[in-house]
Write a protein that binds this ligand. Structure first.
Ligand code: ADP
Ligand code: MG
Length: 737
């Protein structure tokens, strides 16, 4: 990978925990790890190999042995990173190693013992102390979130419904990279508050540990701190820098002992291992530098750490080791991972004025609230003046701009008090007024009551606004103001000195490491040989050295091969298990689900790569929901059903029943009174009216009745059965008229 100016490599430090009783009782005595603190080297002895086999040596940015203090690791390896975060860089610290080697101890430690506090509490101290000591023109906003990845699900540890809540989704934006949607984020104003956030999250994890077997070592925990800092720039405008700090405590990196593990538990194990092997693959791909594809998308963990590995972040990896000889394989794997991670290049840059800075939103909201308060104050002042001009006594004090904020509240209170007094007095006057009618008195008193109610409401609104304003403002930390720094000057000096020493040690180690590399390369080149014998001796020595190196590399190749074989076997076993599972599911599908139902389901399924899940498409496509009701074809406008052109012409031409698409039945009410012919004798003496109809062979009542509303049949065709219908048709337009 090309090293450009702004790129820097991932810092890798190794820490070995002390030998504990369990180690001693389970295996042969004595550790397998030696450390050279000066040179930053770890020397690993293979307990199963013959003594002649060369020991494996790894060099890192720093190494910490069993006697190391939490403070040493923090001051030397973590402090510079936190300083960078405070300056607006992204930073990540993650602990990697086998279960029980001290990842949680390193990251969290024993909270109550100042000597054994881990990276996270020390970082809290560091951040808030830095804010309290910074200049007062700086404004800070500190937020914290806490999540865990369990079985490839992201869970919010600060969510009260942690256990039952849905897994969170990952999203990506060009502004802030990969982020978790809807993750709770708490604004913290002090060390105490952020510690509380941490404790709430830890308790959520602890609950899980009792519910699920070995939960704590099966989930990855990420504590995220965002520090936003606003400072006026040379252009007079406020500039915001945002530093994001990820503190990661990974699950144990040991391989699952898979023998005898089947079914659900195997799937679970496969998923847990997935993120760690994905992390390994990402580290390998990045360290290699040649592979164009980095498989970040293979797991949630690698996606979340995308920026920290090969992206815009400064990263420190703490690899933790156990000294016990029975864990030689795991220790070697951890060291190899750590060694590879050293080659990863990141491109950290300061996040200046990002669009999604919450601090900007806070500042705007505070400005808006302040403007509202000012407006209210101005209104009350106006009213006060009005009252004043009406003769009400008041003291006309003038305030300067600077006093306005503090005075605003008092002014409003004064105004309300004065108004209340005035209204009370007016009420008294009304009550005492002899000339007013009782009714009039009541009305005036009611009016004054109402005015007082309005006044109180207004006062309440102002109080609420002020409280909101104060709450918002208190969330912003101002440099050198919010936190009282109890440390005295001497202590500050001491801290600075300690920092300097740590920095010096680091530089010394770097130089020594560089010298060692150069020595090997150059010393022999400069050698001149006085005699042949001497040359032979020197060359033999060199050969021996190179041979030893060759053996080391051969051993390394063998190790890597063994490792690959082991992981391949594990993967094959997982694959077999999953195939069996798949076959079982297929059997059920083939035999118990009708093929057409299956096809229907298959057609509706789509894969969402963003969420890594299959999803059902809705039955009705979203865009056609509104047009579910089929529209009438344009050719049939005005008709209740489609109708052909020919039929339309035929209808227009004449009242042919065949083309009546609708209303063949006449539904109009018979408005004429019923035919009373049988009762009214005179009706029978109207031969003209009934004549034609009476001629028909069907002399039934209905026809006669129809005659009564078919008032004047125009034409009578030859067929008698047509008579009534034809009559009806002609009648329609007439009745309609
Ligand atoms: P992990 O998180 O890697 O599974 P833990 O951090 O829980 O392991 O450590 C396991 C045990 O070892 C704990 O009891 C812890 O106190 C102890 N331990 C780990 N590292 C150290 C250390 N550097 N010094 C003293 N005790 C340690
Ligand atoms: Mg742990």
């Amino acid at each position: 990978m090309s090293k450009n100016k702004s790129s820097e490599s991932v810092k890798v430090v190794v820490r070995c925990r002390p030998l504990n009783q369990k180690d001693e009782s389970n295996g042969p005595a004595g550790g397998i790890i030696q450390m050279d603190l000066q040179l930053g080297q770890v020397i690993l002895r293979n307990p199963r190999a013959p003594a002649s086999e060369p020991q494996k040596t790894f060099t890192f940015d720093a190494v910490y042995d069993a006697n190391s203090k939490q403070r040493d690791l923090y001051d030397e390896s973590v402090r510079p990173l936190i300083d960078s975060v405070l300056a607006g860089f992204n930073g990540t610290i993650f602990a990697y190693g086998q279960t029980g080697t001290g990842k949680t101890y390193t990251m969290q430690g024993a909270w109550l013992d100042p000597e054994r506090r881990g990276v996270i509490p020390n970082a809290f101290d560091h951040i808030f102390t830095h804010i309290s000591r910074s200049q007062s023109d700086k404004q800070y906003l500190v937020r914290a979130s806490y999540l865990e990845i369990y079985l490839e699900d992201i869970r919010d540890l600060l969510d009260p419904n942690h256990g039952s809540a849905k897994a969170l989704e990952l999203r990506e934006s060009p502004e802030s990279g990969v982020y978790v949607r809807d993750l709770t984020s708490c604004v913290c104003k002090s060390i105490k508050e952020i510690e509380e956030v941490m404790n709430v999250g830890n308790q959520a994890r602890a609950v899980g540990a009792t519910d699920m077997n070995e939960h704590s070592s099966r989930s990855h925990a990420l504590f995220l701190i965002t520090v936003e800092c606003s400072q006026p720039g040379p252009d007079g405008r406020k500039h915001i820098r945002v530093g994001r700090l990820n503190l990661v405590d990974l699950a144990g990196s040991e391989r699952q002992a898979k023998t005898g593990v089947q079914g659900e538990r195997l799937k679970e194990a496969a998923k847990i291992n997935l993120s760690l092997s994905a992390l390994g693959n990402v580290i390998s791909a990045l360290a290699d530098g040649r592979s164009s594809h980095v498989p970040y998308r293979d797991s949630k963990l690698t996606r979340l750490l995308q920026d920290s590995l090969g992206g815009n972040a400064k990263t420190v990896m703490v690899a933790t080791l156990g000294p016990a000889s029975q864990h030689y394989d795991e220790t070697l794997t951890t060291l190899r991972y750590a060694n590879r991670a050293k080659n990863i290049q990141n491109q950290p840059r300061v996040n200046e004025d990002p669009k999604d800075a919450l601090l900007r939103e806070f500042q705007m909201e505070i400005a808006r609230l302040r403007a509202q308060l000012h407006h209210r104050k101005w209104r009350s002042k106006q009213k006060k003046e009005q009252v004043d001009s009406e003769g009400w006594e008041r003291d006309g004090d003038e305030e300067t701009e600077g006093e306005e904020d503090e005075g605003a509240e008092k002014e409003a209170e004064d105004y309300v008090k004065l108004e209340e007094q005035r209204l009370e007095r007016e009420k008294q006057d009304i009550r005492e007024d002899q000339f007013l009618l009782a009714e009039e008195k009541q009305r005036l008193l009611g009016e004054k009551e109402r005015m007082m109610g309005d006044l109180r409401k207004e006062q309440e609104a102002t109080e609420q606004l002020t409280a909101k304003y104060k709450a918002m403002e208190s969330k912003l930390l101002v440099g050198g103001k919010n936190i009282i720094d109890h440390t005295n000057e001497q202590q500050k000096m001491l801290e600075m000195k300690r920092q300097e020493i740590a920095e010096q040690t680091r530089r010394e180690r770097e130089i020594q490491q560089q010298m060692l590399v150069r020595d090997e390369e150059t010393v022999e080149l400069r050698e001149t040989f006085s005699s042949l014998q001497q040359e032979v001796e020197a060359k033999t020595k060199k050969l021996k050295k190179l041979y030893a190196k060759l053996q080391c590399i051969k051993a390394e190749i063998q190790d890597v091969n063994d490792e690959h074989v082991r992981s391949r076997q594990e993967l094959e076993q997982t694959q077999n298990e999953l195939t069996r599972e798949l076959k079982f599911k297929y059997l059920i599908i083939e035999n118990f689900i009708p093929p057409e139902e299956k096809n229907k389901i298959m057609n509706r399924l789509t894969f969402d790569p963003e969420e890594d899940q299959w999803k059902f498409q809705p039955l009705v496509p979203a865009e056609s929901k509104s047009s579910q009701m089929k529209k009438r074809p344009a050719s049939a406008v005005g008709y209740k059903r489609p109708i052909s052109q020919y039929a339309r012409v035929a209808i227009a031409m004449g009242p042919h029943s065949r083309y009546r698409a609708e209303n063949i039945m006449f539904l109009e009410l018979d408005m004429t009174p019923p035919n009373t012919a049988s009762l009214d004798r005179s009706a029978e003496s109207e031969p003209n009216q009934s004549h034609s109809v009476d001629n028909s062979p069907t002399k039934d009542r209905s026809v006669r009745k129809s005659r009564s509303w078919c008032q004047t049949p125009k034409s009578i065709t030859s067929s008698s059965s047509n008579v009534s219908l034809a009559a009806c048709h002609t009648a329609t337009p007439m009745t309609a008229q």
